[in-house]
Write a protein that binds this ligand. Structure first.
Ligand code: AMP
Ligand code: ZN
Length: 134
């Protein structure tokens, strides 16, 4: 059992934003920005790589609709939609969830900066590596 399964089963209280037969959306307890929401499947999948096609298709539709609603109704100027996958990428709860983080253009608790490597990567080689078992 995991903490999100406990929330889904109502064993732990949460601020519910949306629910249907397949998924639940709740406010993230940390509220990186006002309205920071988590969308998760009711079935336990450790991460996005484990999730079946149908569930994922439904989830992403809910994420899109909720993100639109959050941005519009909370007067945000945009949002970040994040899925951390595995500990190395910052995943701390091993139950698939999408973060919807509305952005207001202020000094916020989230700062994503791309810091490109300047090594001379061989792009063709990377493409070959990615597709090597094709
Ligand atoms: P991640 O680091 O992508 O696994 O995100 C996990 C998120 O779950 C964090 O942003 C936490 O603040 C949030 N979280 C942990 N416990 C709870 C809880 N009981 N209710 C709501 N959000 C939670
Ligand atoms: Zn779970």
């Amino acid at each position: 059992m995991c903490i999100f399964c406990d929330i889904i089963e109502g064993k732990i209280p949460s601020a519910k934003v949306y629910e249907d037969d397949q998924c639940l959306a709740i406010l993230d307890i940390s509220q990186v920005t006002r309205g920071h929401t988590l969308v998760m499947p009711k079935q336990h999948f450790a991460n996005i790589l484990e999730c079946d096609e149908q569930t994922l298709a439904h989830l992403i539709e809910v994420v899109r609709d909720l993100a639109g609603k959050i941005v519009k109704n909370l007067d945000a100027r945009g949002c970040n939609i994040l899925v951390n996958t595995n500990e190395a990428a910052g995943q701390s709860v091993m139950h698939l969830h999408f973060h919807i983080i509305p952005r207001y253009g202020n000094d916020e608790g989230l700062n994503i900066e791309f810091d490109p490597h300047h090594e001379p990567y061989d792009l063709a080689e990377i493409v070959r590596d990615i597709n090597k078992d094709r």
